[in-house]
Each structure stands twice: as C-alpha cells, then as structure tokens.
Design a protein around this ligand. Structure first.
Ligand code: OOG
Ligand code: MG
Length: 256
C-alpha cells in the first residue's frame, strides 16, 4: 500500500496553520514510522515555502513522565522553525492553537554540526550554550490522542517554544531541579535527570535520529531535549515560568 505522504503532509500543515483539530489516521489510513517521517518532511517543506527557516530540532518522549502521559515508548523528533520561536517573556495567543500544553525542557545551542553515533560526552563537546526552555506542544489530533506514527507525521506536536538566556555549558546538567509555575504557583516539578538520566543523552540521541532520518543538525541549531515532566494544558490569562537550577529562568504569557 502506498501512502500519499505529500497530501497528508499538506493536510497536517493546513491543520496546524489554521489551528484545526483533525482525526487520527486509523484503519486503512494508518501508516508506518518511515512514512510518518516523510509526511513530517512534506509538512516542513510547506513551511519553508512560506518563508520559514529551520532553527533546530526537538526530541520527544525522552522522559518516563512524557511516555506515560501519552502512552508511547519510543523517542521521536520534530523540526523547529523560526516562526515557532517566542521571545523570552513574550506572549502567545490561544486562538493560534488547537489545545496547547506546555512542558519544561532544556535547550542546547550547537557550535558544531552533530550527526551519527556519538557518546553524550562527544555530543556535549559540540555545545556552545544551554538554557532553560518551555515547549508549547499542540497536537493537531482531536483530544490530543495519537499513535507514534500519527504524532511524528504531525511534526511531533511542535508548535512554539521559548528559550531563556543562554549559559555556558560548564555546569553539570545531570540533576538540576526544574520548577514550572503557573501564575507563580508550582505546576510541575522535576529534574533534568528525568530526561534519559542526563539531557546530554537526548542530544546524542538527536544526532543519531538526525542521521537515521536524513536531517541536518548544523552549527547554530537549537535542540530541545524533551519534557522533564508531563505537559500541562494552557489557558488564556496564564503566566508561565520555568526555573532551572543553575541555568536561570524563562517564561511567557497566554492571551486569548
Ligand atoms: C508529542 C511531543 C513530545 C516531549 O518533550 O516529550 C515532546 C506530544 O506529547 O504531543 O515534545
Ligand atoms: Mg517537548
């Protein structure tokens, strides 16, 4: 059975652009993971055609909390574009999303391209800076329900992200406290250790996934290591902030 990856890619891109929920691909419409990454590529091509620029990659399902929340158990990746980047302290509009959620993450900035099989230490060697980050995920599927292939096709729910001030990568990242707050009250508390035991492992996995899927992770790219806790639903009026021990703060507001 051949899958029309181009058509589905444009369909999902349109769902994202118009903030419209769509049904999952089930039964005879279902496709495998290879097709899902080709669909993701087709949806990204549509963004590039509109003038967006790739700025990096996000890793998904790198913590148990995320895997359990979404009922999947494999790591995935998605692409980040400049249009998804929200200024630190800036705001997003609920109207631009279907049913957005937010999760606390750690971001890496690369000074060299990485690709293929690397140890976490080798991957860290290519890091220019690290920062606290909040990822706003927004599945285009109804009720935020999907199979692994569905979510990969939907660019792994990428929709927006906020990155705090960059820090030198010398502080050890292996067990940093992470507190995500809603209106100043702790909403989710975790540790960077929740991300594969150490976020550098997620970076090494990103290099491997990029290689497997023919993607580039060039110098200057941002890599989001994956949510350290389950994601929380957003609503208009909220102010969201994240403090990561030793790395500092980031945050944003939500309007209607
Ligand atoms: C898929 C994206 C997963 C993460 O950090 O684990 C992800 C989703 O949960 O909708 O971004
Ligand atoms: Mg994420």
């Amino acid at each position: 059975m051949s899958v029309d990856t181009q058509r589905i890619g444009l369909f999902l891109d349109n769902a994202a652009r118009t903030a419209t929920a769509v049904p999952q691909f089930i039964g005879s419409e279902a496709f495998d993971l290879d097709a899902a990454y080709r669909i993701q590529q087709a949806s990204i091509a549509a963004r590039l055609q509109r003038g967006e620029r790739i700025v990096g990659m996000k890793m998904g399902f790198t913590s148990r909390a995320k895997m359990v929340q979404m009922g999947v158990s494999d790591m995935i990746c998605g692409r980040l574009t400049d249009a998804m980047l929200v200024e630190d302290g800036g705001s997003i509009r609920m109207a631009d999303f279907v049913h957005p959620r937010v999760e606390p993450e750690i971001a890496f900035l690369l000074k060299r391209s990485i690709r293929g099989k690397l140890t976490p230490l080798q991957a860290m060697d290519a890091v220019e800076a690290v920062a606290p980050a909040l990822e706003i995920i927004d599945s285009r599927y109804e009720a935020f329900k999907f199979s692994l292939s569905d979510v990969v096709a939907d660019n792994s729910s990428s929709s927006a992200f906020v990155v705090g001030a960059w820090c030198r990568p010398d502080s050890d990242l292996d067990n940093l406290g992470m507190v995500m707050s809603f209106d100043g009250r702790a909403e989710a508390i975790g540790s960077s250790a929740a991300i594969l035991g150490h976020p550098a492992r997620s970076l090494a996995a990103a290099a491997r996934l990029a290689d497997e899927r023919g993607l580039e992770l060039e110098a200057g790219s941002i890599v989001l290591a994956g949510g350290a806790t389950a994601a929380s639903a957003l609503r208009a009026g909220l102010h969201v902030s994240l403090e990561v021990q030793n790395l500092g703060f980031t945050g944003f507001s939500v309007t209607e």
